[in-house]
Design a protein around this ligand. Structure first.
Ligand SMILES: Cc1cc2nc3c(=O)[nH]c(=O)nc-3n(C[C@H](O)[C@H](O)[C@H](O)COP(=O)(O)O)c2cc1C
Length: 324
């Protein structure tokens, strides 16, 4: 049995969190992760409706039977207090705030008996989050799928585990039992995984996207703002999104100013999204995409990660320490 502050505080079997992923991690995926023994999270994007949060939260919790979490974006909450209210009304165990300071939201979450997490890209943001009273911090490295900062998972995790008093989770590039074992051995209280769930049938993405995830190699991603620029989404600076490279990124990455002025490119992207044409439309995914080689139910992914990490840690510790 792997026991960490995360498994103890949340009462879950494995120290594994299914990352909130807007547009992909809705109620069905979150429920499957929690059924597998992890904590499933619902990802809420800047344009999602408040009703979506309550509906997907109800699916995730399976009428109160399962714990679940909700992931919010700090910069989106500034104009959308309804998303925070809907989140609190859906009664999650944990709420994460990413891509900006969590401070303004911690009090309301704690008043409702909800644990607060901050997903952060660097040490300064982590220290600010700790001062603002969150319960745990997620070290999100640049290897991660979706929007993230520029420091790699491993250096960031080491810094945060050394510097904070709070439990730290590791996010970014973890896609196999070895990855889970590595971050636990380094002092993380858990692994926060997104990309390795992108091919699971419970995900809210399209089957064509899942197939691309299965085919992609670890070298097939790029950190880019082009999809946000083309859609006019006001992401704060410093958070490009890691996505699968395609014709659109090849054409526009590095030419973001021109792209912003090109309304045809924006229209083309919207059309490609509707048609599931992923030579143009985006699939956000991290470098761990190279470890996803088939579509497995999310509960099975979580169990394999948890059981495999436990076995590896036993074997490696025995082998490494036996000659001492
Ligand atoms: C498709 C996708 C969408 C994401 N959307 C969100 C989001 O809405 N909120 C958030 O906090 N993080 C989001 N993330 C980042 C994850 O929370 C997490 O940091 C990341 O998936 C971990 O790295 P990995 O993808 O290598 O496992 C997203 C990631 C992906 C792949």
């Amino acid at each position: 049995m792997l026991t960490t502050e995360l498994t103890e505080r949340l009462g879950i079997r494995y120290p594994i969190v299914g990352a909130p992923m807007a547009g992909v991690a809705h109620g069905a995926l979150a429920r499957a992760v929690s059924e597998g023994g992890g904590l499933g999270m619902v990802g809420v994007g800047s344009t999602d409706a408040a009703e979506m949060v309550e509906r997907e939260g109800a699916i995730a919790s399976d009428a109160g039977r399962l714990p679940f979490g909700v992931g919010l974006m700090a910069w989106a909450l500034e104009d959308r207090p309804d998303l925070l209210q809907a989140t609190i009304a859906s009664r999650p165990r944990l709420v994460s705030v990413s891509f900006g300071p969590p401070g303004p939201y911690v009090g309301a979450l704690h008043d409702a008996g909800i644990l607060a997490a901050a997903q952060v890209p660097d040490l300064a943001s982590a220290e600010e989050a700790e001062r603002s009273g969150v319960d745990l911090v997620v070290a999100q490295g640049a290897d991660a799928g979706g929007h993230a900062g520029e420091v790699g998972t491993l250096p960031l995790l080491q810094l945060l585990v050394e510097s904070l008093r709070l439990p730290v989770l590791a996010a970014g590039g973890i896609g196999s039992p070895r990855g889970v074992a590595a971050v636990l051995a380094a002092g993380a209280a858990g692994a926060w995984v997104g990309t390795c769930l992108l091919a699971s049938p419970e995900a809210a993405n399209r089957p064509e996207a899942r197939q691309r995830v299965i085919s992609a190699r670890e070298t097939d991603t790029v950190r880019t703002s082009v999809f946000d620029v083309a859609q006019g989404i006001p992401w704060p600076p410093g958070f490009p999104g890691r996505a699968l490279r395609n014709r659109f990124t090849d054409a526009w990455h590095g030419r973001e100013r021109e792209l912003a002025a090109d309304s045809d490119a924006g229209a083309q992207l919207m059309e490609a999204k509707r048609e599931a044409d992923y030579d143009v439309a985006y699939i956000y995914a991290g470098q761990a995409v190279g470890l996803v080689s088939e579509s497995r139910p999310a509960a099975e992914v979580v169990r394999r990660l948890g059981e495999g990490a436990e076995q590896l840690l036993r074997q490696r510790c025995r082998a490494l320490l036996s000659r001492g």
